[in-house]
Design a protein around this ligand. Structure first.
Ligand code: ZN
Length: 229
């Protein structure tokens, strides 16, 4: 289950205790951005909020963003987070529709722009709600700890992806994140980048912690954290 909170006309956030996901409604259709870790019924909850057809669009394919996948016929996701990935193995009956960098998905008077930002995963995307000037950044920009350990991460591409979001900062005013604080000022991308650069250079101390059976380095800065190999 999830708590559902209306943000504004046609936008809701779902809080399932661990992760946050969203419902956005246009004049012709609606989109659910991710589907939580603990919310199999996400699609039916969406149908209680909107009479428009609802499509599922994922910021990335991690297990904590996909619990409601089976309630949908299709999942719109970047190919790099589907082929050989967890979401494909867990929900084989749900057909993928691959999304690409620069693609516009129009909900009817509400265009959404896909921005491919590999790093947290190979197929991570940010979704720009163009007219409302909100950036949905998934896990890639947040105040909490960003997972950067394991086979699906692409830490070598992460800084360039943050630069890509910084280059677009005239196009959004705020960022909605999937974990920790939900609304962040747009300059938070720059803060995450600076924190990341310090971590990569070895300028931030870490502690070893146990996380889902992995021993990982936990880096904490005032702006965000990272879990690394
Ligand atoms: Zn997550």
């Amino acid at each position: 289950m999830a708590d559902i909170i209306k943000i504004d006309n046609g936008t809701w956030r779902f809080e399932d205790g661990f992760v946050r996901f969203f419902l956005l409604e246009g004049s012709e259709r609606a989109v659910m951005i991710d589907s939580g870790i603990n919310c199999k019924e996400a699609a039916s909850l969406a149908k209680e909020l909107t009479d428009k057809p609802v499509m599922l669009l994922n910021t990335h394919g991690d297990g904590d963003h996909t619990s409601g996948t089976e309630g949908f016929e299709k999942i719109h996701i970047h190919q790099a987070d589907y082929v050989g990935c967890e979401v494909n193995v867990r929900y084989p009956s749900v057909a993928p529709v691959y999304i690409n960098d620069g693609e516009i998905i129009d909900l009817g008077d509400r265009p959404l722009k896909i921005i491919h930002i590999p790093g947290h995963t190979a197929g991570s995307v940010a979704i720009l709600d163009v007219n409302r000037r909100i950036l949905y950044a998934g896990d890639s920009v947040q105040k909490g700890h960003i997972y950067m350990f394991g086979a699906k991460r692409r830490p070598d591409t992460y800084e360039a992806s943050l630069d890509k979001l910084i280059a677009l900062e005239d196009e959004y005013d705020q960022i909605y994140a999937s974990h920790d604080e939900y609304v962040l000022p747009k300059d938070h991308v720059r803060k995450v980048k600076e924190a990341w650069k310090k971590v990569i250079k070895g300028e931030v101390s870490y502690e070893m912690i146990e996380l889902f059976g992995n021993r990982v380095k936990s880096y904490t800065t005032e702006d965000c954290g990272f879990f690394m190999e």
